[in-house]
Design a protein around this ligand. Structure first.
Ligand SMILES: CC(C)(COP(=O)(O)OP(=O)(O)OC[C@H]1O[C@@H](n2cnc3c(N)ncnc32)[C@H](O)[C@@H]1OP(=O)(O)O)[C@@H](O)C(=O)NCCC(=O)NCCS
Length: 263
C-alpha cells in the first residue's frame, strides 16, 4: 500500500457536536494538542485498526532496520504480519496514536472529525503468568517495542507520546521495571540506532541492564543468522538490553507536540 492509499483508507469521517472533539475515543491513555489537531493514544481495536498498524509498523521498520535486518526479495522484512498484530491487540498490548482534526462547522452546527492512525507501540508484561504475589515483587517487569511512527510524521514528538503511553500502560499493570532492546551493528555507525540509544539513555532514563557493563548487557549475533527464528541479520549485530525503574510524571511527559522539520 502506498502513502496515498494509506491516507485515504486511514481517515474515518464522522460527525460530532462542536467542542466534543474526543467523544468516541474509548480508553484514551494520553492526549496532546497542536492547534486544530488533537492527538490521542488508546488501545487498538481488532475491528478497526489491524491493517493500518501493520502498514505503519512494517514501513517504519524497513527504514529503521536498514543495514541491520535483511530486506530482499528472498527475505522481505515484515516486522509483524496482520495475524500477529491481531494477537497483540487481543492481548491488549497494542497502543495506537490517533490524530483527530476537526473541520469547519457545517450549516447544521455539526463538525467533521477526521481520525488518522499515525503510530503504534506494543507494551506487554514480560512474565504475564505471574501470580499476584509475584506482582508485589520489586522486579515485576514490562517491556515495550514495535514502536513506529508513520514516516512523514516522525520527528514531531509523537514517538515520545507513544512511549509515555506504553510506560503508563505498564505502570497500571503494576510493573516496577521496564525493559527495551536495541539492535545495532557491532561495528560502524548507524545514525538512526545511535539516535535511539541516546534517546533511551539520556532522555528516557534507561540504563544498561547490567549497569555500566555494555558487554554483559549485550548478546553478540552473527551476520546471516536468524533473529527470533525469522529475521535474517545483514551484519554482525549487538542486541543490547536496557532497563529502568518505572516512574510516571504525566505532566512533564505530555508536553506540547513539536515539529522538528520546521525548526
Ligand atoms: C523511533 C520512532 C518511533 C521515533 O518516532 P518520532 O515521532 O520521530 O520520535 P520523536 O519525535 O518523539 O523523537 C524521539 C526522540 O528522538 C530524538 N530526535 C527526534 N528527531 C530528531 C532529530 N531530527 N534530530 C535529533 N534527535 C531527534 C529526540 O531525542 C527525541 O526525543 P525527545 O524529544 O524526548 O528529546 C521513529 O523514528 C520510527 O518509527 N522509527 C522506525 C522504527 C524504529 O526504529 N523503532 C524503534 C525500535 S523499537
Amino acid at each position: 500500500m502506498n502513502m496515498q492509499e494509506l491516507q485515504v483508507k486511514d481517515v474515518e469521517s464522522n460527525t460530532c457536536t462542536v467542542g466534543d472533539i474526543d467523544s468516541d475515543t474509548r480508553t484514551p491513555l494520553t492526549t496532546a494538542t497542536d492547534g486544530s489537531k488533537y492527538f490521542t493514544t488508546r488501545l487498538a481495536r481488532v475491528e478497526d485498526d489491524i491493517p493500518l498498524i501493520a502498514t505503519i509498523l512494517n514501513q517504519a521498520y524497513k527504514v529503521g532496520e536498514q543495514g541491520i535486518l535483511d530486506d530482499s526479495p528472498k527475505f522481505p522484512l515484515v516486522r509483524a504480519k496482520e495475524s500477529e498484530v491481531r494477537d497483540m491487540i487481543q492481548a491488549q498490548q497494542m497502543i495506537i496514536l490517533l490524530e483527530s482534526q476537526t473541520s469547519s462547522t457545517n450549516n447544521d452546527h455539526s463538525c467533521t472529525k477526521l481520525k488518522t492512525i499515525l503510530g503504534c507501540v506494543r507494551a506487554f508484561v514480560v512474565d504475564h503468568a505471574c501470580t499476584d504475589d509475584r506482582r508485589q515483587n520489586s522486579d515485576y517487569t514490562g517491556e515495550w517495542g514495535c514502536l513506529a511512527i508513520e514516516l512523514s510524521h516522525q520527528g514531531r514528538g509523537l514517538g515520545r507520546m507513544l512511549v509515555n503511553a506504553a510506560e503508563q500502560h505498564l505502570h497500571e499493570q503494576s510493573c516496577r521495571f521496564l525493559r527495551i532492546d536495541l539492535l545495532a551493528p557491532s561495528s560502524g555507525d548507524h545514525a538512526h540506532k545511535e539516535r535511539l540509544r541516546t534517546w533511551y539513555t539520556k532522555r528516557l532514563g534507561y540504563n544498561l541492564s547490567v549497569p555500566g557493563d555494555y558487554a554483559a548487557s549485550t548478546k553478540k549475533l552473527s551476520a546471516r543468522s536468524l533473529l527470533a527464528g525469522r529475521f535474517l541479520l545483514a551484519n554482525d549485530t549487538d542486541y543490547t538490553c536496557y532497563r529502568k525503574r518505572i516512574s510516571i510524571d504525566c505532566e512533564v511527559k505530555n508536553g506540547p507536540i513539536h515539529d522538528r522539520h520546521s525548526a
